[in-house]
Design a protein around this ligand. Structure first.
Ligand SMILES: [Zn+2]
Length: 370
């Protein structure tokens, strides 16, 4: 049979249209997402001056943060204030929605907004959080809870039972075990299949897949009070557990919670100690991304705290031996842009000036989280 060349072309065209779209060099739209694992790291109150102060203190020995491949800036204002608190900015970073200061996972109308952690869970990913303050404090709360005020920490603790988060570590025993309603949420979590532990040793020897670690009544000790390498070690352990828990990857939030406290106290030593500790955890995350292609690490701050600057002239603080000068302009937060450091798969998407609300939206898009 003699083929008509025009009918052959028509058949080829139809085959192309109904096939997977690979004809004539077209992109296959069904390709797997570039990003499988997301590690989202928040230095609470960590402005650029905090990072600069830390590098100066180390005599310019590079921080792990300096390994970042792409750098951006984030605008942190909330819906009702040029200067955000950790709840509104946490909600922005967790949900992509600007809200009022004090709000936890709710919009300006106080309606719950799904968080990137909840969406990741719904998409079959493993999820976790590692912090140095209570797991019910504003930043972690905004990833898991939906309440109108950050002060509702007993209600926030109950949300750990309402989700399927795989791993959470930090302080907060009092909100789980010494509650006004006499419930013991640690017991209830164990009944749900979690192992709840109270020491770093128990975290490090854990070998299951659902772990809650409550290492202090509320905040964990400061670095100066002997917290040691909890944050980098717990981050490493969380990554090990999450990697094993799902073929579809994971979402992990890590917070260096106490950089903020150093800013509030105008305590430059605390700012530097806590930033160095957070940076060690950043190193753990970057190393994981090196060994596990498809991992995106985004490091940012929820806001700057203390209005820290490093002027010449009369110092507010002079560290012993160092002669470094620090000046704080406030005991509160400020509205200055904060740095974004990105590493690994998809990192190039963060090399811009972004609204803080853009950050979770870009991460979700890259990892195909819906
Ligand atoms: Zn603060």
């Amino acid at each position: 049979m003699k083929h008509n060349k025009y009918s052959m072309l028509a058949v080829m065209l139809v085959v192309c249209i109904f096939s997977t779209g690979r004809c004539y060099g077209q992109e296959n739209t069904e390709k797997t997402p570039e990003v499988k694992n997301i590690i989202f790291m928040i230095g609470d109150g960590m402005g650029l001056a905090h990072v600069a102060a830390t590098t100066i203190y180390r005599n310019y020995e590079p921080l792990h943060l300096e390994r970042a491949q792409y750098i951006g800036l984030a605008k942190t204002y909330s819906s009702n204030n040029r200067v955000t608190d950790s709840a509104a900015s946490g909600t922005a970073l967790a949900t992509g929605v600007k809200t009022y200061n004090g709000a936890v996972g709710v919009d300006t109308a106080k309606h719950a907004v799904r968080t990137i952690l909840e969406k990741a869970e719904d998409n079959g990913k493993a999820t976790g959080m590692v912090v140095t303050y209570s797991v019910t404090n504003a930043t972690p709360a905004t990833f898991i809870a939906h309440v109108e005020s950050r002060k509702m920490e007993e209600e926030i603790a109950e949300y750990y039972l309402k989700t399927d988060i795989d791993v959470f570590m930090g302080g907060g025993t009092q909100f789980f075990k010494e509650r006004s309603d006499k419930r013991d949420l640690a017991d209830e979590l164990e009944a749900k299949g979690y192992q709840i532990v109270y020491t770093l040793d128990d975290i490090l020897s854990f070998s299951g897949n659902r772990l809650g670690a409550l290492l202090a009544p509320n905040a964990m000790p400061k670095m100066s009070e002997g917290r040691g390498d909890y944050l980098p070690l717990a981050t490493d352990k969380a990554l090990e557990i999450l990697k094993n828990n799902s073929q579809k990857g994971f979402f992990l939030m890590v917070e260096g919670s106490m950089i903020d406290g150093g800013g509030h106290k105008n305590d430059a030593v605390m700012v530097i100690d806590e930033t160095i500790d957070f940076d060690k955890a950043v190193g753990v995350a970057f190393d994981f991304a090196d060994k596990n292609p498809g991992t995106l690490v985004v490091v940012t701050a929820d806001h700057e705290t203390g209005g820290l600057s490093l002027p010449s002239g009369k110092p507010d603080f002079t560290l012993p031996d160092q002669g470094i000068k620090y000046a704080f302009s406030t005991g509160g937060h400020t509205g200055i842009f904060v740095p974004i450091y990105a590493y690994g798969a998809g990192a190039e998407n963060f090399s811009r000036i972004l609204e803080n609300t853009d950050i979770p939206k870009i991460m979700e898009q890259l990892a195909d989280i819906k």
